[in-house]
Design a protein around this ligand. Structure first.
Ligand SMILES: [Zn+2]
Ligand SMILES: [Zn+2]
Length: 266
């Protein structure tokens, strides 16, 4: 494979981004990333308020980065945080710009983000949390009308993992996970391997068991995303994640340009 393809990265244009877009691109180049797609957040009703993007500024900064780093493919995407309540507004925001990539994500479960920790987990067992989460992801994946890939399946345990909570496993909710993966395979949606916790836990979201199942159910397309919010996290775990994806039976990564997948041999 010629260079890494990172299709989930944030800049300071996102409410929780910490590094300016140009610095993120420089970090990509330094980490061996040759194709990068920014996926700034659109997400309503979070504990930190509403996440929207200054679209004019987004385009301006992308153009500036393309001029500064002409050897890199720099693309424009959004991470669309779906809920039943906000779906219409998210969809509206997702159509403001011509995008290369729409990454669907589900952060809020019953109106709360599991990243809140105690507030979310105080009234739920691990089993209940896994069930509610998978149900919410199923709802988003099957109802959100327009997207290319699904981000970080297993997010529900991202912030508690290692603290007595194993990551989400296929065996936690096999029926719901099958329903999610089957829908994605049948509709040509890509599954993201999110590496944001790779350094700590040595695996991506989702883990190998869920990737293997996606392959078994006929899923073809995988994207790789660091979900970096600062320069230190760019391309985290990408070499190992690439090996993991190959070991699960996939031969290609899907890289999106103008909403079309180009296949990059692993
Ligand atoms: Zn974020
Ligand atoms: Zn996310």
């Amino acid at each position: 494979m010629q260079g890494f393809c990172d299709q989930h990265i944030h800049s300071a244009l996102s409410l929780d981004g910490r590094s300016p877009l140009l610095e993120q691109v420089r970090a990509c180049r330094d980490a061996g990333v040759t194709q990068v797609c920014f996926t700034e957040h659109i997400d309503f009703g979070t504990q930190d308020g509403d996440f929207t993007v200054d679209f004019d500024e987004y385009v301006r900064q992308i153009e500036q980065a393309r001029a500064a780093f002409p050897d890199l493919c720099i693309r424009v995407g959004l991470e669309l945080g779906d809920t039943e309540e906000s779906r219409g507004r998210v969809l509206e925001q997702s159509n403001v710009l011509p995008l290369d990539f729409k990454l669907l994500s589900r952060h809020l479960i019953g109106g709360i983000d599991p990243s809140c920790g105690a507030k979310f987990f105080a009234h739920r067992t691990r089993e209940q949390a896994a069930h509610e989460y998978c149900h919410a992801v199923y709802e988003s994946v099957t109802r959100f009308p327009d997207y290319d890939a699904v981000a970080h399946i297993g997010y529900v345990f991202k912030f508690v993992q290692g603290d007595g909570f194993p990551p989400l496993r296929y065996r936690d909710e096999p029926d719901l996970i099958d329903a999610i993966l089957r829908f994605m395979a049948e509709h040509g949606k890509a599954l993201e391997v999110n590496t944001s916790r790779w350094t700590r836990f040595g695996e991506g979201m989702p883990g190998k068991d869920i990737l293997l199942r996606f392959c078994e159910l006929g899923g073809e397309w995988i994207t790789l995303g660091s979900d970096a919010h600062d320069t230190a996290s760019v391309a985290q775990g990408f070499a190992q994640a690439t090996e993991c994806v190959k070991a699960c039976g996939f031969e290609y990564l899907a890289v999106f340009k103008q909403r079309r997948a180009e296949l990059v041999r692993l």
